[in-house]
Design a protein around this ligand. Structure first.
Ligand code: P6P
Length: 356
């Protein structure tokens, strides 16, 4: 039985019937015939952490939470205070919620077992990047949180859980992100499409504002750090020249946008069409983005929205992970653009329309 939408007075004065995230998740339980409510409670736990992280971010300049902790994380990156806060809030919410048996975080060298029992009663493992793009926090630019959810077979011991759950992204049961931008949005999928919720700070609820998101085929923007262009392969440089050509029909060019936060660039491209690329570079020969808690969850979402995600050769969701912090080259966004990038990178550019 679906719950009635939440009646919400929008600024323009007309009533908008929108669902809260909690109501939506409960309604979604119809897609999980064996759902015990644990999965719904897990998603609620992540959304609670998102609200607390958002609260800290929105007051960062007021609270003493800008700047660095002085630590270097397992990624060999200087940790920001907000990285640490976001990581702590997600661990705290998932531990308090009691539905998660294992956590893998970008900020933690090893996984964190949640269940003290000999055999994990909880069935979910959650991997996350607590604060993606955190170098943006000190300059008031947008950042994000990314999460990925796997189930674990009954009775797996927490000590054995990682090797059991280190599985291709195609086996995720849910994935999502929080974009802390001009508004704060919670976007997720459980395999039945992608839905976006906007936080109404006045009532502390995420409200359904972007139902059934589909990435436009017609791309508006591309995102890549072209400072690394001398590291790019000739095939990738050839693709970028093709990508920037003037459309013979419209005379227009695709525009470049690179925010320095994968979540922000991904979110914009998801709504307006586009392509985000982080290829192998001299500094990141395996690529910079992490498979388990950046590439996999966003690949799950973009495929649910009709897009595509590869490492230039393979579907991201088919990659067999070998370790928790594994990196991968990433080409993700509108399907036709990802396919064109792959064709150029694999020497098949003559298959791409518009190739001179
Ligand atoms: P560069 C943030 O550290 C991140 O992982 C992504 O969010 C972002 O797109 C990228 O790195 C920026 O990296 O090398 O262009 O500064």
């Amino acid at each position: 039985m679906s719950r009635a939408p939440f009646e919400h007075e929008s600024p323009s004065g007309d009533l908008k019937s929108v669902l809260t995230l909690e109501q939506f998740i409960i309604n979604q339980r119809e897609h999980f015939p064996h759902a015990t409510g644990a999965f719904s409670r897990l998603l609620r736990d992540v959304s609670v952490a998102a609200k607390i992280i958002n609260h800290n971010i929105r007051r960062a300049g007021i609270l003493d939470v800008l700047g660095e902790t002085g630590e270097v994380n397992v990624q060999d990156e200087r940790q920001k205070k907000l990285d640490e806060i976001a990581d702590q809030e997600l661990v705290r919410a998932l531990r308090r919620g009691g539905e998660c048996c294992l956590i893998g975080s970008e900020e933690q060298p090893e996984t964190i077992p949640m269940s003290p029992d000999a055999q994990a009663q909880e069935r979910y493992a959650v991997f996350f990047d607590p604060l993606d793009g955190s170098t943006n926090t000190d300059v008031n630019a947008s950042v994000g949180t990314i999460f990925s959810v796997y189930t674990l077979p009954e009775g797996v011991r927490p000590d054995d859980a990682l090797e059991v759950v280190l599985r291709p992204g195609a086996e995720q049961v849910a994935a999502g992100y929080v974009a802390y931008g001009s508004s704060t949005m919670f976007v997720f999928s459980t395999g039945n499409g992608v839905n976006g919720f906007t936080l109404d700070p006045g009532i502390g609820e995420f409200l359904l504002t972007h139902p059934d998101i589909q990435i436009p085929d017609q791309p508006a923007r591309y995102s890549i750090n072209e400072a690394d262009i001398d590291d790019f392969s000739p095939e990738l440089r050839d693709f970028l020249r093709w990508l920037k050509r003037k459309d013979p029909d419209t005379g227009r060019r695709i525009r470049s946008r690179y925010i320095g936060s994968f979540v922000s660039d991904f979110h914009r491209n998801l709504l307006t069409g586009g392509l985000y690329m982080y290829p192998a570079t001299a500094d990141h020969p395996e690529g910079k983005l992490r498979l388990m808690y950046e590439a996999n969850p966003m690949a799950f979402l973009v495929e649910q929205a009709g897009g595509n995600a590869t490492d230039g050769r393979r579907r991201i969701l088919d990659i067999n992970p070998e370790h928790l912090h594994q990196r991968t080259p990433l080409f993700i966004g509108s399907a036709a653009l990802v396919e064109a990038a792959d064709a150029f990178l694999q020497g098949r550019k003559t298959e791409v329309t518009g190739v001179q």
